[in-house]
Write a protein that binds this ligand. Structure first.
Ligand SMILES: CC(C)(COP(=O)(O)OP(=O)(O)OC[C@H]1O[C@@H](n2cnc3c(N)ncnc32)[C@H](O)[C@@H]1OP(=O)(O)O)[C@@H](O)C(=O)NCCC(=O)NCCS
Length: 150
């Protein structure tokens, strides 16, 4: 049965609710201050996923010119593989379409198979590779999806 997950715009209050467990339960790549800056910069757009009022994921895009870059998409470790990432990604695509952006770009570590699978499922295609981009070891895979408003 599908989970009753609600996707909505993310604000500072949402971030404050997960401040204490952000790096342990979500992802240590993004810390509180960086995310706070993202929410306050007036350009980035963030979504939050809530299950029974509990925050179980968040994701953001940065509109740049006519396109969007996905800055992050993160699901709480206890709630992964339940299609929440899928719902957040759909939310980001809908958001980019509503802003009349023409494409979404992202980069993902080559070892992050679940994320790559998620992006491919939503029609993202590999458009480049940055060799040894992460810690001079892992490659960054560049992916892109063109958007259509028709
Ligand atoms: C990547 C991430 C957002 C995916 O979120 P999620 O809610 O777990 O993903 P979904 O449930 O929507 O599943 C996406 C695909 O990955 C697969 N998958 C995800 N977790 C899996 C697991 N533990 N075992 C097997 N398959 C898994 C799913 O099966 C699904 O593919 P399918 O529909 O063909 O079966 C999540 O793993 C995460 O937060 N990772 C840490 C942060 C990160 O790396 N973000 C991406 C940065 S580019």
């Amino acid at each position: 049965m599908a989970l009753d997950v609600k996707i909505s715009n993310m604000n500072l209050q949402d971030l404050n609710l997960i401040a204490d467990n952000l790096e342990t339960d979500f992802d240590d790549f993004w810390n509180y201050n960086v995310l706070k800056g993202e929410l306050e910069n007036g350009n980035s757009k963030y979504l939050v996923a809530k299950l029974d009022g509990k925050i179980v994921g968040f994701a953001g895009i940065i509109p740049i010119a006519e396109e969007a870059d996905i800055s992050n998409i993160v699901v709480h470790k206890d709630f992964r593989n339940m299609k929440i990432g899928f719902m957040l990604l759909k939310g980001l695509i809908d958001l980019a379409c509503s802003l009349r952006l023409s494409a979404i770009n992202l980069e993902v570590r080559n070892t992050n198979v679940y994320a790559i699978k998620l992006y491919e499922k939503y029609g993202f295609e590999v458009c480049g590779v940055r060799k040894k981009y992460y810690n001079n070891i892992d490659d960054a895979i560049l992916m892109r999806k063109n958007l259509s408003f028709l």
